[in-house]
Each structure stands twice: as structure tokens, then as C-alpha cells.
Ligand binder design. Sequence first.
Ligand SMILES: NC(=O)c1ccc[n+]([C@@H]2O[C@H](COP(=O)([O-])OP(=O)(O)OC[C@H]3O[C@@H](n4cnc5c(N)ncnc54)[C@H](OP(=O)(O)O)[C@@H]3O)[C@@H](O)[C@H]2O)c1
Length: 333
Amino acid sequence: MAVATVAALLAALGGALWLAARRFVGPSVKRLHRGGDSGLMHGKTVLITGANSGLGRATAAELLRLGARVIMGCRDRTRAEEAAVQLRREICQAGGPELGPDSSGAGELVVKELDLASLRSVRSFCQEEEPRLDVLINNAGIFQCPYMKTEDGFEMQFGVNHLGHFLLTNLLLGLLKSSAPSRIVVVTSKLYKYGDINFEDLNSEQNYNKRFCYSRSKLANILFTRELARRLEGTNVTVNVLHPGMVRTNLGRHIHIPLLVKPLFNLVTWAFFKTPLEGAQTSIYLASSPEVEGVSGKYFGDCKEEELLPKAMDESVAGKLWDVSEVMVGILK
Ligand SMILES: NC(=O)c1ccc[n+]([C@@H]2O[C@H](COP(=O)([O-])OP(=O)(O)OC[C@H]3O[C@@H](n4cnc5c(N)ncnc54)[C@H](OP(=O)(O)O)[C@@H]3O)[C@@H](O)[C@H]2O)c1
């Protein structure tokens, strides 16, 4: 009995040490721009959707530190204001630029309401005049939620992750072109591999499968990026798409984890998942690095270009998805 207990304790200790070691040599990517280049984004305005939490928040913090004027496009003003107060405090404590509450100029942080589950909200957001927009980061996302519909009756994951951003980007294209050279950065997921664009049932009203629908919305992000890059050729506006890897954020809020399994789950995410700042590196890189000036239509992970599956490169599907999305969001030609 005593031998078994000691063996079990040693095994647990060994496991914990291995996980800890894995954590420190594991998923981190090189820390671009940290520790230098603090004026790199000076004079640039960046809009980040879903900037109050997770990857969006980490991206906002770093771009602010680099001197950008950051607009947080968030659906819940209270949560966004709280995040903004904390961000300002963190940047100040770290000796970064002074951040004003809500005015134009470098190093400013601005909160604006933007609910991607409402086309009305997207339209009214875009009506607010902005003098320029240098970088748009389509980051907000919803993951494997139960069947829900957006205000306009679309399946929630497709509606928020793809359609809301589709309309937002289209309405901001004029401003991005007049501010060129400018960039669009789209956050997708490696899970796009398990999705498919079924034009017969884009709204998933027949057989809702939350995993498939998330993957499909993320495949749509990539097809959208590639079609947009084609349409933007010669404009000096670039668009690229990235996967951040597995990151510890609030994304899994709709996933039920039994109480007994939770400690193990937390240990595994701590050991194997990136921190939000590590996960945000590719967004920050694509938004700010001179290395990617002029690069467009590419798929990135850990700040390097990666290959896509053929289904994400199918130009006819990308073109059809664009046309169908235009009709769904009511874009008039
Ligand atoms: N975490 C990962 O492992 C992982 C892996 C691959 C891809 N991604 C992608 O990374 C992106 C960021 O996710 P995250 O991991 O940082 O998760 P997160 O912490 O949950 O952040 C998601 C953000 O999206 C916002 N959002 C959700 N629905 C919205 C809506 N209708 N309108 C406007 N904003 C909305 C959320 O706002 P509220 O706070 O108000 O809900 C939140 O700010 C997503 O596109 C996700 O698919 C993440």
C-alpha cells in the first residue's frame, strides 16, 4: 500500500515537472517588437474588434505601446471601458505613452460600441466619422455556442465571425484606401480544416453542429481574405489572415467542463496553451511589422507564412461566398 502511494506521488510529481518544463520551452513564439521600436505605430490608427478580452486586448496593449491610436470596437460598453481603464493603467505603469481618454492623436485609446451580431450596429459604427484608418484587425469571435441567431436571423457563429466582419470591412474600405498604405488583419483558426461551405444551408437551420459551424465560419474568414486580397490588388491596402494557435482566453465560455475535470483542464491549458500576449504576436506582427509591407492574401502562424488546404484556396468558392455574403448583409451594388 505504502509503495503504491509513493509510486503514485512520484508519478504525479514527475507529471507536474514535465508539464512545467513543457510550459517554459513550449508554445512561446519570438517576442516581436517587445523592448524596442516604441514609436513604430506613431500616427497610425488601428481598429480592433473584440479588444476588451483575450487576444484583442493583448494586441491593443502592444500596439498602444508602439504609439498607435487604438479604437476598441466592443459589443459591451461597460466591459470595454473597464478593459480600457486597466490598459491605460498598465501602459502608464510600464512607462509607455500617456493615453488620453477619448480624443485623436498618437497613443490614444478610444472605446466604441460595435456588436457584430447586429448589422444595424455595424452600420451605425461605420457612420461615425474617422479621419483615417491604417489597420483594421478583425479579431472578435464566438466559439461553439449553442444554436443562436443574430439580430438579423443568421446563425450566430457565421453571423459574428464572418458576416459582421464582412460588412464592417466593406464599409471601411473607402477609409482604408484613402489612408493607404493600410492593412487588414483577419484572425481565423486552424480548425478551419474541419469546416465546409454548404451554400444550401449557410444558416444551419437543418442540422446544427456547433463544432462544424465554428470551423465553417473560420474557413469563411480565409476565403474572404483571399478574395478581398484579389479585389484589392493595386490599391496599397493589404489583407492577411492568421491563426494564433491555442491560447488561454475566454473563448471557451460556452464549453461545459465537469467540475471534477476542471483542475486537470486548467493544468493542461496552463502547460500547453499560449498566453494572450504570445497568441497575439502574429496579429501584432501583421499589423505593424515593416517585413510584411506589400504582402497580401497570405496565411500566417507564429509570424511565418503557412500553407493552406486546397479547400481554403478554392477561388470559385471564395467568389461565390463573397456574392452570397453581399446579399445576406444587404450590400447594394
Ligand atoms: N483562444 C484560442 O485558442 C483561439 C484559437 C484560434 C482562434 N482564435 C480566435 O481568436 C479570436 C479572439 O478570441 P479570443 O481567444 O481572444 O477569445 P475571447 O477572449 O473570448 O475574445 C473574443 C472577443 O470577441 C468579442 N465578441 C464576441 N461576440 C461579439 C459580437 N457579437 N460583437 C462584437 N464583439 C464580440 C468578445 O466580446 P465580449 O467580451 O463582450 O464577449 C471578446 O472581446 C477569435 O476570432 C477566435 O476565433 C482563438
